[in-house]
Ligand binder design. Structure first.
Ligand code: ARG
Ligand code: ZN
Length: 844
C-alpha cells in the first residue's frame, strides 16, 4: 500500500491527555491506556481508527463501558460518541521476542523503546501520526532499579515510577526504559538560570565510557543557547545507551536513547573518528529538542523539516568545536559517497518524498544530508542575518506545531520579502543537478557561462531549473586572490557572468565551500588545477583541486596506463609537507577518491567499470605516493607524534590522522616493522587500530588479530571493529570468504545490528570485494538478508542499498545481482520494508 503526501487529511479527533500504565514482564507486558479524545472541529472525516500492530487486546472501554471493536492487522475501529470521550484499553505485548527493535523491546535484559517513525502502534492502540500531539503521564511497574520515561519524575518508589511530560508530543517521541542501569550524572544551568539534571544511563561496567558524551551534551546545550537562543525546557535530561538499536540515536523528549556505539567512548576503546561522531550525534539529538520536538512534522513526508535542519545545525556545531574546513570536506566526501549514488540511481527521491510504502525506508542520505545542504543554500542565499531572523520567527510562530516545509519557507519569505517558489524545487525534485562551466578570457575580461541540467529520474521525469548558489573567486597568475568569494545565483538554464579589468588571465575557483550539492562539469586544465592546489585560499576548493587531479590520474592508470603527472605529485607533496597547514587537512589531501566514485565516473562517461582494474589502479597509486614521498614519510611520521596525554580533540586527532597516513605509506614501502612497534606502544584505539590495519594489509595480521581479540573479547564495540576491519582489509578475492568465516565466529550475532553491519556493511563498502567477478559476495549478502528479514526488516531493508548501483556494471555482474535480488524478493512473507527497497532497486 502506497501513501501519498497529496492525500493528507487531519485526524478526526483531538487527543487532550494520555495516561499509560506498564506492568513489565519479558513475554507478557501489560499496557493500560486511558486517552481523552474529542472531535476535531477542523476535520471532516470522523472515522475512529487507532493504529495497532502485534497487540493482544485484553479489553476496550469507552467512558467506562465495554465496546465492540473491529480489528485488522493494522489497527482497530469502533463506534464513538459525537462528543468528548475517554478511551481505555488494555493490551499485552511480548518485548522479549521483539527482534525488530521497534516498539517496546529488550536488549541484554533491559527494556527500551524505539517509536519513530511508527513504532508506538506496537505498544498500544493509538492514532500513531505526528500531527496528533498530547501530554503523557506514564506509570511503570517493574522489578528494576531504573524506570524511566519522558518529562519529569513525579513519583519514584521501589518497583514503581510515575512520569509527567508537560509538553504535548506526538507518539513517536514516547520512550520508556527499565533495567539495572547506572547513571553518570552532571548538571547544566541554562541561560535564564534554570538548573537541569543530566544523566547518562549505561549498563554496569560501562561507567568509564560516559565522560566524553556528557561533556558533549553540555557543550551542545550551551551552543544552542549562544547561536540559536534555544534553552532547554525540562528539569531533567536523560540519555540511555542501548546495545541493540537499528539506527544511531533517537531524540525522545527528555529521554534520548542511543545506540551504544553513538555515545560510549574511552581513549582505549574508541578512535578519534568515533569521538567526533559521538559529539555530533549527541548534539544532533539534543538540537532536536527544538527542531523536531517543540516544532515537529505534520506528517512523515515532512521528515526533512526536522532532519535536514538538525543535521545542518549539528554540522555548524562541529565546525565551531573543531575545524570548519575539515568538517566541510568530510561532509562532502560523505555526501558524494552516500547521497549522490542514491540521487543518481533507482532509489532517487526528492528531499521531501511524495509517496512511500514504508517510511523507515526514507531515513536516507537524501532526506538527511541533502536536506541539510538545502538549508545551507538557503542561508547562503539570504545571508546570515536574515537566516537567524527567520529562525527566530520559525521558533516563535511554530512552537508547539506540527509543521510543513511550506511553513518553513514562509518564515524566510516573510523575513526577507523574497519569493522562494523556485527554490522550493530543491524539496520536490529528485536528482543531482549538473552545472557545466565554460570559460573564456579576452583582453581583461573573463566570461563564465554556467548551464544547469538535472538528469530525469523515475521520481522526477521532467526536472526544471533550480536556484543554485555558486560561490566563486579568482586566483591571479601569481597565486594571489584577485576576486574575493562572491556568490552568483544560477536560476535560468544558462547564465553568463563577466569579470572585467583583470590584469592577466586568472584561474577561476568555482563552487567554493561546495556551495550547492551539484556535480560541476568543468574541463579545467591540469595546470589550472595544480595552480589552485598550490594557491587557492578557499580550503575546500584547494582540496577539491587535488582530489580532481587524483581522480584524473587514477582514470589515466585504469584506462590508458598513463604515468601519474609529476606536477600533481609535486603539488601534493608541497601541501602535505607544508607545516603551516593543519595536519588534519593535509591528511585529507592524501585521501584518494573512493573506488566506487571512480566506478561512477567511468559509468557516467559511458564506460563499464571493472572493479578489479579500479582496485589495482588505486593500489598502484598508493605505491606511487609512497615512493614519491619517500624522503618525507618518516619525518612527517615523527613530527606528528603526540607526546601529551591523549585528548580526542581536533588538534591531536589531526596529527594522528597524518601520522597514520604516513604509517600506511611506510608499511607499503618498507613492511610492517614500524606498524608493529606502534601497535606495541599504543595507549589508544586510534593508534592501535591503524597499526593493526597496516599489519593486515602487509599480509601479517594473523598474530596481531588474535592478540587483539584476546585483549578485547569482552568489549562489544571494540569487537565490532575487529569484525569490520578484517573484511575491509581483505584482498578482493578473499572478502566474501572472510565475511563468511566471520559469520561462523561464536561472537557473530546477526540479531545485533551493530555486529551485522560490522561484517556486511564492511563487505558492501569493499568495492572490489563486493563486486568480485565470482559473485560470491552477492550471494552471501543475499543469504543473510533472507535470514535477517523476518527478524529485523528495518536493518535488512537498509542493507539492500548495497545493490543500488548495480546498473553501472557489466552484463554478467548485473545478471548475478538481479538473480540474487529476485531470489530475495521471492522469499515467502518478505517484509514490506525489504519488498519496497528491492522493487525500487530492480526498477521497471
Ligand atoms: N530521529 C532519529 C534521528 O535522526 C532517527 C530515528 C529513526 N529511526 C527509524 N527507525 N526510522 O536522530
Ligand atoms: Zn535526527
Amino acid at each position: 500500500k502506497t501513501v501519498y503526501l497529496a492525500d493528507y487529511t487531519p485526524f478526526g479527533f483531538i487527543v487532550d491527555k494520555v495516561d499509560l500504565t506498564f506492568d513489565l514482564a519479558p513475554n507478557a507486558t501489560r499496557v493500560k491506556s486511558r486517552i481523552a479524545f474529542r472531535p476535531n472541529p477542523d476535520a471532516k472525516d470522523r472515522t475512529f481508527f487507532l493504529h495497532g500492530e502485534n497487540l493482544k487486546l485484553i479489553s476496550a472501554r469507552i467512558d467506562g463501558e465495554p465496546v465492540n471493536t473491529e480489528q485488522t492487522d493494522e489497527g482497530l475501529t469502533c463506534a464513538v460518541p459525537d462528543a468528548p470521550f475517554i478511551w481505555e484499553a488494555e493490551v499485552e505485548i511480548d518485548p522479549a521476542n521483539n527482534t525488530a527493535l521497534e516498539g517496546l523491546y529488550m536488549s541484554n535484559g533491559m527494556y527500551c523503546t524505539q517509536c519513530e517513525a511508527e513504532g508506538f502502534r506496537k505498544i498500544t492502540y493509538y492514532p500513531d501520526r505526528p500531527d496528533v500531539m498530547a501530554t503523557f503521564d506514564v506509570t511503570i511497574n517493574g522489578p528494576h532499579p531504573v524506570l524511566l520515561s519522558n518529562g519529569n519524575p513525579i513519583e519514584t518508589s521501589e518497583h514503581r515510577a510515575k512520569w509527567h511530560d508537560p509538553h504535548p508530543k506526538p507518539a513517536y517521541l514516547f520512550a520508556l526504559v527499565a533495567g539495572d542501569l547506572v547513571a553518570h550524572s552532571d548538571s547544566f544551568t541554562t541561560m535564564s538560570g534554570k538548573h537541569v539534571d543530566l544523566n547518562l544511563y549505561v549498563r554496569p561496567g560501562d561507567e568509564g565510557k560516559c565522560a566524553f558524551g556528557m561533556e558533549a551534551l553540555k557543550k551542545s546545550m550551551k551552543w544552542d543557547e549562544d547561536v540559536y537562543g534555544r534553552e532547554y525546557d525540562l528539569d531533567l535530561f536523560n540519555i540511555v545507551a542501548v546495545d541493540d538499536f537499528n539506527m544511531g540515536a533517537m531524540e525522545n523528549k527528555g529521554l534520548n536513547i542511543f545506540n551504544s556505539s553513538a555515545v560510549l567512548a574511552s581513549p582505549e576503546t574508541s578512535t578519534d573518528m568515533n569521538f567526533e561522531r559521538i559529539e555530533a550525534i549527541i548534539a544532533h539529538e539534543y538540537f532536536h529538542n527544538w527542531t523536531g520536538n517543540r516544532i515537529t512534522c505534520r506528517d512523515w513526508f515532512q521528515l526533512c523539516l526536522k532532519e535536514g535542519l538538525t543535521v545542518f545545525r549539528d554540522a555548524q556545531f562541529t565546525s565551531d568545536m573543531r575545524s570548519a574546513p575539515v568538517k566541510r570536506i568530510s561532509d562532502v566526501i560523505d555526501l558524494r559517497a552516500r547521497q549522490f549514488p542514491e540521487d543518481q540511481g533507482p532509489l532517487a527521491h526528492p528531499v521531501r518524498p511524495e509517496s512511500f510504502q514504508e517510511i523507515n525506508n526514507f531515513y536516507t542520505a537524501t532526506v538527511y544530508e541533502k536536506g541539510a545542504e538545502v538549508i545551507g543554500m538557503l542561508k547562503t542565499l539570504v545571508g546570515d542575518e536574515a537566516y537567524y531572523k527567520a529562525l527566530d520567527l520559525y521558533f516563535t510562530r511554530h512552537d508547539g506545531d506540527a509543521a510543513t516545509i511550506e511553513d518553513w519557507l514562509k518564515v524566510f519569505e516573510d523575513t526577507t520579502g523574497r519569493y522562494l517558489t523556485q527554490f522550493k524545487r530543491w524539496y520536490s525534485q529528485a536528482g543531482t543537478p549538473r552545472v557545466k562551466v565554460e570559460e573564456s578570457f579576452e583582453l581583461d575580461e573573463l566570461t563564465l557561462t554556467l548551464t544547469q541540467h538535472t538528469p530525469p529520474s523515475t521520481a522526477t521525469p521532467d526536472p526544471k531549473p533550480q536556484v543554485i548558489p555558486i560561490a566563486l573567486g579568482l586566483i591571479g597568475p601569481d597565486g594571489t586572490e584577485v576576486l574575493e568569494t562572491q556568490t552568483v545565483e544560477l536560476h535560468e538554464e544558462t547564465q553568463i557572468f563577466r569579470f572585467t579589468s583583470l590584469e592577466g588571465r586568472p584561474v577561476p575557483s568555482i563552487l567554493r565551500g561546495f556551495s550547492a550539492p551539484v556535480v560541476l562539469e568543468y574541463d579545467q586544465s591540469d595546470a589550472d588545477r595544480a595552480h589552485l592546489l598550490a594557491h587557492d585560499n578557499d580550503p575546500f576548493n584547494r582540496w577539491e583541486a587535488g582530489r580532481t587531479l587524483a581522480r584524473k590520474a587514477l582514470l589515466g592508470i585504469i584506462e590508458t596506463a598513463t604515468p601519474v603527472d609529476k606536477a600533481y605529485l609535486d603539488g601534493l607533496r608541497a601541501v602535505v609537507t607544508d607545516d603551516s597547514l593543519d595536519p588534519a587537512y593535509r591528511a585529507l589531501m592524501l585521501g584518494l577518491p573512493s573506488q566506487s566514485d571512480l566506478a561512477n565516473t567511468l559509468h557516467e562517461a559511458g564506460k563499464t567499470p571493472d572493479p578489479a582494474a579500479i582496485y589495482d589502479a588505486t593500489e598502484s597509486m598508493r605505491d606511487i605516493l609512497a615512493s614519491h614521498l619517500k624522503d618525507d614519510l618518516h619525518a612527517l611520521y615523527t613530527a606528528n607524534q603526540v607526546t601529551e596525554p591523549y585528548q580526542p580533540d581536533a588538534e591531536q586527532s589531526g596529527k594522528r590522522a597524518l601520522a597514520n597516513a604516513m604509517l600506511s605509506l611506510i608499511t607499503r614501502a618498507e613492511g610492517a616493522g614500524l606498524a608493529a612497534k606502534q601497535y606495541a606502544s599504543a595507549d589508544n584505539m586510534t593508534q592501535q587500530l591503524a597499526a593493526l590495519a597496516c599489519d593486515i594489509r602487509a599480509g601479517q595480521g594473523d598474530g596481531m588479530l588474535a592478540r587483539f581479540e584476546e585483549q578485547w573479547k569482552d568489549d562489544r564495540l571494540v569487537m565490532d571493529k575487529w569484525f569490520g576491519l578484517q573484511v575491509m582489509e581483505a584482498e578482493p578475492e578473499d572478502a566474501a570468504a572472510t565475511a563468511e568465516r566471520l559469520t561462523k565466529h561464536p561472537a557473530f550475532n546477526h540479531k545485533n545490528p551493530n555486529r551485522f553491519r560490522a561484517v556486511f556493511g564492511a563487505l558492501a563498502a569493499h568495492h572490489a570485494g563486493f563486486h568480485h567477478a565470482s559473485g560470491a559476495a552477492y550471494t552471501l549478502l543475499a543469504d543473510w538478508l533472507i535470514t535477517l528479514d523476518p527478524l529485523n526488516p528495518q536493518t535488512t531493508a537498509r542493507m539492500c542499498s548495497a545493490f543500488q548501483t548495480w546498473k553501472r556494471y557489466d552484463a554478467d555482474r548485473q545478471a548475478k545481482i538481479k538473480a540474487e535480488l529476485t531470489r530475495i524478493l521471492d522469499t515467502p512473507d518478505l517484509s514490506r520494508d525489504t519488498t519496497e527497497m528491492l522493487t525500487r532497486i530492480i526498477g521497471a
